[in-house]
Design a protein around this ligand. Structure first.
Ligand code: NAP
Length: 400
């Protein structure tokens, strides 16, 4: 079949979008035909979606189905920022993909204050990716038997899980929650430099096969939402998920005045009134001003799973007036992150990770410290701007 015939058959519903590849020599030829069909069907031109340099043949293996092109988002850099981490110890320029004008300028202002103050202290304090299936039993009594099976057989379970991966390690299964005839064991793994969701899902599935063989009980779903993946949740905030990261800085009074155009007292007051009391009044789970802005821009630039922005948005900001100097900290309990696997293999993501020097193996902890340092800068800048009453003015000047 030639191109026109394939498009006609698509329009008449005789073949499906995913079947185009059966009639073409290459995946990119199929991609072009798919886009042309959508142009005809939707009566529009897709000139820009059709321009790209990514290797879509490779992307189709793991990253995308039914591709028609790519999306382009402007990418800028903020920096340099001095980071005093355990893994990240240098001055960095940070790639950020966003269409929100003023975001990079604002982060840059935070970086400038940070670097002039000697740098931000950043640490990874925990590392665990979770998967929690839901298992159905007949009764509470049987649920307790299942819970005991997980507790009594941990060594065998660990061996089964770790046979499926050379980088994943099962740390523990905790908590194991029983709700009537449903059991939710929360598996915690370390996943090396990968974010790990595929890895831990495959490993957990193998363990459930053994559970079925031993007790004859079945999982209803491989994810029972106690994980909790891609949703804001108290269990992730308290127990942590992905990387748990903390960062702080002491900014001398003269730099608070000259760079942040405010005072430590005013910044402390805004932080309490907005990030702490305001968030509590709203029943918000995120006691911060805008972690999601920095997380979103870094995630898009570096090929992270963008749905995890919702998890990265959790965390608490503190600010203290220390005799005119400003103590400022951010905490991020739930930061799923990767320098290997998933979208990090896409060419633009690879390049962005290279800017940070965190591409591939042994990069993810350094990357986590860089991410939280960027979050601290953006948070510091926005809270300071509010304190100084500068927010509206900055937006006006930048024409947005
Ligand atoms: P992945 O690309 O599926 O797996 C990572 C791979 O990298 C593993 O095969 C691992 O091998 C290998 N690897 C090589 N060097 C490594 C290193 N230094 N550290 C860790 N692994 C290394 O990625 P994933 O992180 O498991 O999963 C991410 C993907 O899952 C994303 O595309 C995301 O969108 C998707 N996702 C899946 C689910 C789900 O429920 N399945 C949920 C949310 C997101 P070994 O395993 O042999 O060690």
């Amino acid at each position: 079949m030639n191109r026109e015939e394939i498009i006609d058959k698509l329009l008449s519903g005789q073949i499906k979008l995913y079947q185009i590849d059966n009639y073409t020599k290459t995946a990119t030829e199929a991609l072009d035909i798919r886009r042309e069909f959508i142009e005809k069907y939707s009566k529009c031109e897709l000139e820009h979606i059709g321009k790209y340099s990514l290797d879509m043949e490779t992307a189709m293996d793991k990253n995308i189905e039914n591709p028609i092109g790519t999306v382009q988002i402007p990418i800028g850099v903020a920096g340099p920022v001095k980071i005093n981490g355990e893994y990240a110890n240098d001055d960095f320029f940070i790639p950020l993909a966003t269409s929100e004008g003023a975001l990079i300028a604002s982060i840059n202002r935070g970086f400038s204050a940070i670097t002039a103050s000697g740098g931000v202290n950043a640490r990874v304090i925990a590392d665990k990716m979770t998967r929690a299936p839901v298992i159905k039993t007949k009764s509470v009594k049987e649920s307790i038997d299942v819970k005991r099976w997980f507790e009594d057989n941990f060594d065998i379970i660990k061996e089964i899980a770790e046979k499926t991966t050379s980088h994943g390690k099962l740390i523990k299964i905790d908590p194991i929650i029983i709700v009537g005839n449903y059991v939710y064991p929360r598996f915690l793994y370390s996943t090396g430099d990968s974010m790990g969701m595929n890895m831990v899902t495959i490993a957990t599935e193998k363990v459930l096969e053994k559970l079925y063989a031993d007790l004859g009980v079945q999982a209803i779903a491989l994810s029972g939402n106690l994980c909790v993946d891609k949703k804001p949740a108290a269990i992730n905030q308290i127990e942590g998920r992905g990387k748990t990261v903390v960062a702080d800085i002491l900014i001398p009074e003269n730099i608070v005045k000259s760079k942040l155009k405010s005072t430590a007292k005013a910044i402390e007051e805004v932080n309490i009134a907005k990030n702490l009391i305001g968030s509590a009044a709203a029943g918000s789970m995120a006691y911060n001003a805008h972690y999601a802005n920095m997380i979103g821009a870094i995630f898009l630039a570096t090929g992270q799973d963008e749905a995890h922005v919702v998890e990265g948005s959790l965390g608490i900001t503190t600010a203290e007036d220390r005799d005119g100097d400003l103590y400022f900290s951010v905490n991020m309990p739930d930061l799923p992150l990767a320098t290997v696997g998933g979208g990090t293999r896409l060419e633009t993501a690879n390049e962005a990770l290279n800017i940070l020097g965190v591409n591939g193996t042994d990069g993810v902890n350094k990357f986590a410290e860089i991410v939280i340092s960027t979050v601290l800068a953006g948070e510091l800048s926005l809270v300071s701007a509010l304190a100084a009453g500068h927010l509206a003015k900055a937006h006006q000047e930048l024409g947005r």
